[in-house]
Design a protein around this ligand. Structure first.
Ligand SMILES: [Mn+2]
Length: 410
């Protein structure tokens, strides 16, 4: 029980937790001032607390008021030497954080308060006196909904916004092939209600022998299709060296394979164009948000996240569409999130149902591959809808959206 009191002291120091809780835990939960429960496993502090303690810590609502503050907890090794502790303190002095020590019967915990985002956890673990380190908050700030509660609306063109209640569909072929192809598809998808045109010019293909895209010529054809239809264009960049070619592109896409190309992300952070950031094949939501953070840290706040399926053991679909990512992202970030059911499934006949599922899950938009002659497509024909199929899908998407707005979300 002594340790419990000590731990509560420490938590109060770190979080401002109200201290007059009475054991057992059920009563803690009933307190009105408490709105969030951080599970002890999450904090990795469970092992250091007396058994029988309810495995949750309670953080009052007003914790979020100090928006710049991040907390970190260092658990020190038993029997750590004074000299080692001094060295650790000296290491931390470079970071302008306050140390709030708590001495328990068997455990010493240092709570760090302040901007701990620059402190490298590995750098702390090197110190022999450190047993464990846990960050209390997410390492992303600019993308964090806690710090920016209002939804980001990414403005693309007159009357075309994504996010904050604005839903858009991006459609077009996997890759730009010919002038006729891209222009024809653009006109078709526009007639069905798509507001943005997609089309790859630089294609990251698994095989170096596969069609690599028309590159600069592809961009020209895409911009020509924009002239013909008035649709803003979305296309993928693979290297920062190509940026001058993208100066007239409306939205720059970062493909799944480049999600962690940090040098590219930094360069895109210096642009003022919206960035469509696809999720990597095998990346966590947090890693994805950290990639968004790379762009935002350089100044560009106009990011649209795109869930496009992740790699799992399943082979019936090209990837596994992680629909739960939408709902997780809605909680964690203010950035809009759209879904790509084409790459997620890889199979034309699965695209429509997954598009509808994404709408139901609260996506801010869709990006769908459409080809005027899928069997002859140079890339991703198997997952491309025909313009007729796309039209049917769009009608259902619109119906579902109306239903969501009028019947579900009202
Ligand atoms: Mn494709």
């Amino acid at each position: 029980m002594v340790t419990l009191t000590v731990c509560l002291d420490s938590l109060q120091a770190i979080f401002g937790v109200q201290q007059n809780f009475s054991y057992p835990g059920s009563q803690w939960n009933q307190r009105r001032s408490i709105d969030r429960v951080v599970r002890a496993e999450h904090l990795l502090l469970k092992d250091y607390l007396p058994s029988g303690l309810p495995d949750g810590f309670f953080i009052p609502a007003d914790r979020d008021r100090d928006q710049k503050e991040e907390a970190m907890v260092i658990i020190l090794r038993e029997g750590a030497l004074d000299l080692e502790l001094q060295e650790l303190e000296q290491f931390l002095s470079a970071y302008n954080v306050q140390i709030k020590p708590t001495v328990g019967e068997h455990t010493i915990i240092w709570g760090l308060v302040g901007d701990t985002s620059k402190i490298d956890i590995d750098g702390l673990l090197i110190h022999p006196c450190v047993k464990d380190v846990k960050r209390i908050q997410e390492p992303f700030k600019a993308a964090n909904k806690k710090f920016h509660p209002e939804q980001t609306v990414v403005h693309i063109a007159d009357g075309i916004d994504i996010g904050g209640g604005n839903f858009q569909v991006i459609a077009g072929p996997c890759s730009v092939e010919t002038e006729e192809q891209i222009t024809e598809v653009a006109k078709d998808v526009k007639a069905s209600g798509a507001k943005l045109l997609r089309g790859g010019a630089f294609k990251p293909r698994t095989s170096p022998y596969a069609f690599q895209g028309l590159r600069a010529e592809g961009l020209e054809l895409l911009l020509h299709a924009r002239e013909q239809t008035g649709m803003p264009v979305v296309t993928e960049i693979m290297s920062a060296a190509h940026l001058p070619l993208f100066k007239d592109v409306d939205v720059i896409q970062v493909g799944a394979r480049n999600m962690q190309n940090f040098e590219l992300l930094k360069e895109l952070g210096k642009q003022d164009k919206p960035i469509l950031l696809k999720r990597g094949l095998a990346n966590t939501i947090e890693e994805w948000l950290m990639s968004a953070e790379y762009i935002m840290a350089e100044g560009n706040q106009n990011i649209i996240l795109c869930e496009r399926g992740i790699r799992t053991f399943e082979t019936a679909t090209r990837n596994t569409l992680d629909l739960s990512a939408i709902t997780v992202l809605k909680e964690k970030t203010h950035l809009p999130v759209i879904v790509d059911p084409s790459h997620a499934t890889g199979v034309r006949r699965y695209v429509e149902t997954m598009a509808l599922a994404a709408v139901a899950a609260g996506a801010d938009g869709l990006i769908i591959e459409v080809h005027n002659d899928p069997p002859k497509a140079l890339c991703d024909g198997a997952q491309s809808l025909t313009p007729e199929q796309f039209d049917t899908t769009m009608k259902k998407v619109e119906k579902l959206r109306r239903f969501m707005e009028t019947e579900i979300n009202n």
